[in-house]
Design a protein around this ligand. Structure first.
Ligand code: MG
Length: 479
């Protein structure tokens, strides 16, 4: 391949030989100086769990679930203790990760239908730019593996959003149930037959119902196939596990092996998967050129008791804007580039798109508002502090809480999935100091009127500048 710019230069027949020689030398120098496409572009692998709690990994304090591969990844890389998701339930959280924008900006949240269902007619609009479509523009190869949940109709599937290929289930693993039976009993028996969820390859259904007892292994095999297929070309792999969202299913090698019961079995299989993927990157000789990010879409589904996870010392879980609903156990690794450490700075899945685009050498389009920050200088050690100092916590379409620094103000709260019908409004808002009180137990609003005022102003300013669009989650195919 000629060096960049070569095609634009023409050597005229009459150019003196000396000048031709000089021009040739310059072009040779340019060829050495200009990297081949992809040479300086890191690969990105995002491993995204479903409903994993902040306290579910041994490196995040779980006393009985064993996650040796993730623990090694945390020791070799960065363990983030203040990393957030864009929403406390599946669909909006995934939209936030892939677009770098709060779901209220692209219609991917709703107060009435909080996620997409098999009868939903909507999905992520193709006018949105995903991480995948942004990186494709920078010459990346791309693959989506696992749960999608951003629209199951062809125009919304991963292949319509910049992914070259897709292998996975289009929505949650508990949907399409043929007959209501106990999730607990079906999972313990390993009976997936009542969950008529399709397993898809690109836009085709491969299997229905998807065999969920082998699904973690098959996702892993597909991701490894892609790592080997892409080789030296820069790539982005989005591996979104369907689990540990209930119903819990695990492979036969993991059944009844964890001290923490079936939930532990499932997490330990995901941990095995992380080890396999990191081994595959090593074997392919690309691990030093690959940033791997491990996190989850929302907190643990607490109402499922021992089939749900734990948010550790954080309050509440999936479906709520308390910390347990939106702060996730997050680990990043990039051997040779990333300084190993425990990171207490704030980060969010919203930041991945700006960070990846920056590391890939691209720029963000200027025709839309982004809510993500570029973490690249911080994670590579060039900057000592991270760029994120605020977090906005949405419940459906409403702003429920705001964090700035160590303070968090709640304007509304709603406990997750416990039958509380309406959100409780707090006037004055509740105020917690997350440094002193990560479990959000002691309201310090009365002692900090100045901070409270600042938080209220921050929320007002944020809402004033927000361009909301109608929800895409409410329409039904039958409408
Ligand atoms: Mg989820």
């Amino acid at each position: 391949m000629p060096p960049k710019g070569f095609a634009k230069l023409n050597c005229d027949e009459d150019t003196p030989a000396l000048m031709k020689a000089a021009l040739f030398s310059i072009l040779c120098l340019l060829a050495v100086a200009s990297p081949a496409p992809g040479a300086n572009q890191p690969n990105f692998v995002v491993i995204f769990c479903d409903d994993l709690g902040y306290g579910d990994l041994s490196s995040f304090g779980h006393p009985t679930i064993k996650t040796p591969h993730l623990d090694v990844m945390a020791a070799e890389g960065q363990k983030w203790t203040n990393f957030y998701v864009a929403a406390c339930v599946c669909t909006p959280s995934r939209a936030g990760l892939l677009t770098g924008r709060l779901p209220v900006r692209n219609g991917m949240c709703s107060d009435t239908r909080r996620v997409l269902f098999p009868d939903s007619s909507g999905g992520l609009p193709t006018t949105e730019i995903t991480i995948s479509s942004a990186l494709k523009k920078e010459g990346y190869r791309t693959a989506a593996v696992g749960k999608w949940h951003l629209g199951h109709l062809p125009e919304f599937l991963p292949t319509s959003h910049g992914f070259e290929s897709y292998f996975g289930i289009p929505y949650s693993n508990d949907m399409d149930m043929l007959r209501r039976e106990s999730h607990f009993e079906l999972a313990e028996k390993g009976d997936f037959s009542l969950y008529n969820v399709p397993l898809m390859e690109d836009e085709k259904i491969l299997e229905r119902p998807a065999d969920q007892t082998t699904i973690t292994r098959r996702y892993t095999e597909e991701a490894i196939r892609k790592i080997n297929e892409f080789g030296d070309e820069p790539f982005f792999i989005y591996l979104a596990h369907s689990l540990p969202h209930i119903p819990l299913f695990r492979g036969k090698d993991f059944a009844n092996t964890s001290t923490a019961g079936i939930y532990g079995d499932v997490i330990e299989e995901i941990d095995w998967s992380v080890g396999e993927i990191r081994n595959a990157l090593d074997k392919a000789g690309v691990s030093e050129n690959t940033l791997v990010v491990f996190t989850s879409d929302n907190g643990p589904w607490l109402k499922f008791k021992h089939h749900g996870g734990t948010a550790g010392m954080l309050r509440d879980g999936k479906g709520s804007t308390w910390e347990g609903g939106m702060r996730e156990p997050t680990i990043m690794a990039w051997p040779g580039t990333m300084e190993p450490k425990i990171v207490h700075e704030m980060g969010a899945t919203l930041d991945l798109l700006p960070t990846f685009v920056s590391l890939a050498g691209g720029t963000l389009p200027d025709d839309r508002t982004y809510d993500g920050h570029d973490l690249s200088r911080f994670i590579t050690g060039e900057a000592k502090t991270g760029p994120r100092d605020e977090m906005f916590y949405y419940h459906g379409e409403q702003l429920f809480a705001v964090r700035k620094g160590q303070f968090k103000a709640h304007f509304k709260t709603k406990t997750s999935y416990t039958g509380q019908k309406n959100a409780e409004t707090h006037d004055p808002p509740l105020l917690y100091h997350l440094g002193l009180d990560p479990g959000e137990q002691w309201d310090v609003a009365a002692e900090n009127p100045g901070v409270l005022k600042e938080m209220q102003e921050l929320a007002e300013k944020h809402e004033q500048g927000l361009e909301r669009v109608p929800s895409h989650l409410v329409g039904k195919i039958s409408d």
